[in-house]
Write a protein that binds this ligand. Structure first.
Ligand code: ZN
Length: 155
């Protein structure tokens, strides 16, 4: 990302948050050469995608569901939110290459496992161990939430 003040390519992200309404990711960046700060918005291209669930039901792809599953897997792990956002974008890119508008939910699960493995060992094991049992992101989410509630009540 080029600095709009001095054209330097040396910029870093200092803050990142999603602007949910516009489906955009807002980033504050700082130029490492001139020190100016500026804001960028990254828009994710929307395309229709149907998920085929394990029981054969179909539902519309929901980016938030994918993001939340990653977030839950990385709960209390030192993984910044913007990392999770870029994993979502990477996974969507792979889905786009793999699918003709429809994709089995377990393919997405396998992609999540692949990326978590690179991202964080604990999150990877957490996700993989539960996911292998259920093979479904929804059930994964429910199960993990139940587990963390149990842990919470012990403390
Ligand atoms: Zn600059």
């Amino acid at each position: 990302m080029k600095c709009p003040f001095c054209d330097s390519n040396d910029t870093k992200v200092v803050d990142s948050r999603s602007a949910q309404k516009n489906n955009a990711i807002r980033r504050r960046r700082e130029c490492l050469d001139c020190g100016h700060r500026f804001t960028t918005y990254e828009y994710v291209v929307e395309y229709p995608l149907t998920i085929i669930k394990n029981d054969g039901r179909r539902e519309e792809y929901d980016r938030r569901k994918l993001f939340n599953s990653l977030k839950i897997a990385c709960n209390k792990r030192p993984v910044p939110v913007d990392k999770l956002e870029s994993v979502v974008i990477d996974i969507e890119k792979e889905i786009e290459e793999l699918s003709g508008g429809e994709i089995a939910s377990n393919v997405i699960g396998e992609l999540v496992i692949k990326y978590l493995k690179e991202l964080d060992e604990v999150a990877y094991i957490r996700f993989a161990s539960v996911y292998k049992k259920f093979k479904d992101l929804d059930e994964f989410k429910d199960q993990i939430e139940r587990m963390s509630n149990l842990n919470g009540s012990k403390n």
